[in-house]
Each structure stands twice: as structure tokens, then as C-alpha cells.
Design a protein around this ligand. Structure first.
Ligand SMILES: Cc1cc2nc3c(=O)[nH]c(=O)nc-3n(C[C@H](O)[C@H](O)[C@H](O)COP(=O)(O)O)c2cc1C
Length: 328
């Protein structure tokens, strides 16, 4: 069990925040798959506090996904503090502060991973958010900006001193993007250095690796990002692996059903046009390890609405079944 501040989660498995991905429909699916905590995409504190455009819609939530954390990114203490209050009013359960995003658009404003280069600023933002809300506050960091600025331990200690209730760490440098391997030993070093819960993130691609990360690092929780996109079942699989030593793999019908459920949820929240667009991208992820993807890739550009999407998916799964049967 993982406890963040006053909030007791039902287990130690967390859906990693992923911009463009961890929207409400996906979070609802992942919650059903057993995750103890889901996190929104990163939300601009400047956008939220100034009421810009549709930023507030990133805080749309549903009771079935709770507890849910709102991840905020920003560089101004005031807008971060105000945004934390807005998120609390909107029913979020945890405020997570992004100090790990390496994307140019974000770091050039001084937000995301750029905050790790400015520990004083990071401390000010953390204290301001801490004071603005009674909700648990967590921070998500990387190993540092670059190997020359490897200060994850320093930032983790600052976060603890400023009253954070937990740290999640994706142990790659911002300069690395996603290249190389996540250095899990850093998760262990941070765990030994601070008293608040530590959640490890990075390269958990299959259930056994979640258990491996925990046993190697003694972390309190683990986060799953990319693997959840092609295998949303991974949360349930980890729990089964932990309890029974084995897990089931979804069959074709399970996968087909989940795609349709996801599409329905997307349609409900985004409307048919946007849902169809989003689903076109997701189809290739959901079918990543299946045969006959050439067919899907070939017809994806023609999918322009509900009817065509459903027919393409039905035909695709029909092809896969036939192919599998003919292979015996
Ligand atoms: C498409 C995508 C979007 C991401 N967006 C965010 C984000 O908004 N905030 C954040 O803290 N991390 C973000 N991340 C990083 C993940 O939360 C996670 O730490 C990282 O992907 C490593 O975990 P994984 O190997 O399980 O994917 C993103 C990752 C991906 C692949």
C-alpha cells in the first residue's frame, strides 16, 4: 500500500502523467485496470490561473477515477499556488508539480526540468504550493538537467524540507530525453536519503519489472507510462503477479472490446470528430504486438468517422483471427 500525505491509495501502482495521453477517458480505463492512482496530463499553471482557453478542461474528472492527481507545470510562484487551489476546488486529490519535463517549449520558460537547475526557485514554488492547499503535494523529477548537473538528490531533499508528501523520479537526465536506460540505482539512493514516499518511473515494460524495480530500490510505488499505452492491462497483471505469481494475457476479444470501450469514452468526452482522430493514433498502439498491422496502417488515413472506424477495427480483428487460425 502507498500512502501520500493523508491519502491512502489502494495499491502501489501509479499511471504516469503523459501529455496528450492521460486524459479522462484513458484514466478511467486505467483505473478499471487496477491502478491505485492516476495523474492528469501536465497542465499549464499560467493558463489555468489566467483562465486561458480550454486549460481548465484538463481538470475535468469523474468520481470513478478517484483518487486523481493534477500535475501542474509553471515558473511563477503565484500562478502555481493559484492553480493548486483551482485544482483542489475542482475535486483533485493530489497536486503534483512537474520538475522533469525536458520539452523545449516548457523549459525555455523556466518550467519543468529547468526548475531542477534553479533549486532556490524550485523551493519557492514548492513552498508556495504547499501553503496554498491542504491537499498532499508531490513532485516529479528527473536525474537532473545533464550528467554535469546531476542534482536529483539535492532536489528531493529540498522537496522534503518544503513539505512535499512524495517524490516521483524518472532517472534519466533531461538532456537524455528518452535515450539510454533509466538508472534505477538513483531511485534507491533517493529512497535511502529521504523519509517521504518515493515512486520510481522508467522502463517498466512488463509486470516482472515492476516487482524488480521495487525489490532493487525499495521504492514505495512505481509508475507506468509508455507500457500502459499498448498494454493497459499491465496494472492488473502486476497485481496478479504479486498475489499469484502469474498473470493472464488479454486475448483478441479482450483487446477488441477495450478499443471499443475506449472509443466510446473518448466520444462521450471529446465528441465524434476528435475522438476518431485520437483513436486513429491509439489503434496502432493497441495493436503493437499483433500481426496484420499493415492492413490497419493502410486504411487509417481513410478513417474519418465512427462508421469507418468501427468497420476498420472489425475487419482488422477478423483478419488477425483468420491469420491466427490458419497458422493453427
Ligand atoms: C507521451 C509522453 C508524455 C509524457 N508527458 C509527461 C508529462 O506531462 N508530465 C511528466 O511528468 N512526465 C511526462 N512523461 C514522462 C512519463 O511520466 C514517465 O516518467 C516516462 O515516460 C518514463 O516512464 P515509462 O518508461 O514507463 O514510459 C511523458 C512521457 C511520454 C511517453
Amino acid at each position: 500500500m502507498l500512502t501520500i500525505g493523508t491519502l491512502q491509495l489502494k495499491n502501489w501502482l501509479v499511471l504516469a502523467p503523459m501529455s496528450g495521453r492521460t486524459n479522462l477517458p484513458f484514466r478511467l480505463i486505467i483505473k478499471k485496470m487496477g491502478a491505485g492512482l492516476v495523474i492528469t496530463e501536465m497542465i499549464s499553471a499560467v493558463g489555468l490561473s489566467r483562465g486561458q482557453g480550454k486549460t481548465h478542461t484538463y481538470l475535468d474528472s469523474h468520481p470513478a477515477e478517484r483518487p486523481v492527481a493534477a500535475q501542474l507545470f509553471g515558473y511563477e510562484t503565484d500562478s502555481m499556488a493559484i492553480s493548486a487551489q483551482i485544482a483542489a476546488e475542482k475535486g483533485m486529490d493530489i497536486i503534483d508539480i512537474n520538475m522533469g519535463c525536458p520539452v523545449k517549449k516548457v523549459v525555455k520558460t523556466g518550467s519543468g526540468a529547468a526548475l531542477m537547475r534553479d533549486p532556490k526557485k524550485a523551493a519557492k514554488i514548492l513552498s508556495a504550493v504547499r501553503q496554498s492547499t491542504s491537499l498532499p503535494v508531490t513532485v516529479k523529477i528527473r536525474a537532473g538537467w545533464s550528467p554535469e548537473e546531476a542534482n536529483a538528490l539535492e532536489i528531493a531533499k529540498i522537496a522534503e524540507d518544503c513539505g512535499a508528501d512524495g517524490i516521483s523520479i524518472h532517472p534519466r537526465f533531461a538532456s537524455q530525453g528518452f535515450s539510454g536506460e533509466a538508472d534505477w540505482t538513483l531511485i534507491g539512493r533517493i529512497k535511502r536519503a529521504i523519509r517521504i514516499p518515493v515512486i520510481g518511473s522508467g522502463d517498466i515494460t512488463e509486470p516482472s519489472l515492476a516487482l524488480k524495480m521495487r525489490s532493487e530500490t525499495n521504492c514505495d510505488g512505481i509508475m507506468i507510462g509508455r507500457a500502459a499505452l499498448s498494454n493497459p492491462w499491465i496494472f492488473r497483471q502486476i497485481l496478479d503477479m504479486e498475489e499469484k505469481g502469474s498473470f493472464d494475457t488479454p486475448d483478441l476479444d479482450d483487446r477488441h472490446r477495450l478499443i471499443m470501450e475506449h472509443y466510446s469514452l473518448l466520444t462521450e468526452y471529446l465528441g465524434e470528430n476528435r475522438a476518431t482522430n485520437v483513436m486513429r493514433g491509439l489503434l496502432l498502439l493497441y495493436t503493437k504486438r499483433l500481426p496484420s498491422r499493415g492492413f490497419l496502417k493502410g486504411c487509417i488515413s481513410e478513417i474519418d468517422g465512427r462508421k469507418r472506424l468501427i468497420s476498420a477495427v472489425d475487419r482488422y480483428f477478423g483478419n488477425v483471427r483468420e491469420e491466427m487460425e490458419s497458422e493453427g
